[in-house]
Ligand binder design. Sequence first.
Ligand code: HEM
Length: 416
Amino acid sequence: MPDLDSILAAWGTHDRDDPFPLFAAVRERGPVLEVTLADGHPAWLVTRHDEARAALGDARLSKDMHAALASGDAVVAEGLPGPAFARHMLVVDPPDHTRLRRLVSAAFSVRRIERLEPHVRVVVDELLDGIAAQGPDAVVDLVASFAFPLPFTVICELLGVPVPDRQPFGDALKTLLGPTNTDAEYARAKRASDTVVAMLESLVEAKQRQPGDDLVSALISARDGDARLDQRELLSTIFQLIVAGHDTTTSLIGNSVVALLRHPDQLSALRAGTSRIPAAVEELLRYDAPVPHSTFRYAVEPIELGGVTIPAGAQVIINLASACRDEMQYPDAEELDIDRRDVRHLAFGHGIHFCLGAPLARMEGHVALGALLARFPELRLAVPPTELHWGHGDGLVLRGLSSLPVVPGPEARREP
Ligand code: HEM
């Protein structure tokens, strides 16, 4: 591993394929560290569980970067190019956050998620049919054929994105969320952002003209007393739900399959039914957190945390993947143990911004892993683990496999 100080001087350029030795080294260095982000901005990195939980719950750490930039007293990075109208619950503080979250929660109800489960099973079975049709010895990219299309189809159906629009929409989102290290990549991402904006605007117009039984229509008509979403909040919220609703779950499925295939004893216990899928999914979320770092926050006043003082105006980023492997919180934290009790990880965050989609992500994870493992008992990696690359996303907030080549093996015999 290169010298730790030089990594802290360009945080975000670390080895994305196996960042965990580095995360262990930064935890060792301290719970709250001053770093320079890869784009040159200074920031404070929170590495340990207790401090991470405290930071996520601290109202003095604001999410409102636009206010920070406008006030001129903060040194913050603006992040990825995204739709210019970004105004959703993850980028605002109370009371706006409370209002937006309440309006979206009303539309994103537990009942709606429960109603969705049988449909998720159908989508999973269709995707697995497609894999089976390629034959037991075929090399199949499990990201392209399963881990991506499942959550993407589900969130598109939930929101009411028409079928013909899904492929171009998915392509534009992939470019938008792809690497932006060079000027050319940044320009491409910006163009993709314009395409996404245009598609979202026409989706909202269509649902305003003709409402359906979908989440976009529900968001258009959502009311909480006199409160409602204005046009900018509506577009931002739909954009955020689409991004948060598929990319993260794609990583959950991909990371989980890799972790299980690399731990055959754990996989056998799951297959034999001696361990349970829901508990295993919690441990898999802890072991390889699909969102490795929180989104950015900034200190509205000086904050004492982990023995240091984060100055007012500083940008703060919480390393969730590191906190999830903190040995002070989890015995044998570096080990995957799908029977671990009471995992209580931070992979969905904590506090007022705790993931709104956690019930949907969990349900998709349970159905996807359960069906995949049951149907292909001899599923195996088609390449050595060292050839797997986590090149998707910015590597901080989103980190996903570029592809996952597997050989499905013969299908299990199914009950007639
Ligand atoms: C395994 C899958 C997922 C993971 C690991 C995950 C993780 C997270 C994390 C860590 C946060 C908090 C970020 C922060 O505080 O900076 C968050 C927030 C959020 N997530 Fe997820 N997420 C997942 C799936 C989903 C899905 C499927 C949806 C919706 C369809 C969703 C919607 C949201 C929303 C709306 C927020 C913002 C909540 C707020 O600001 O109040 N997420 N997620």
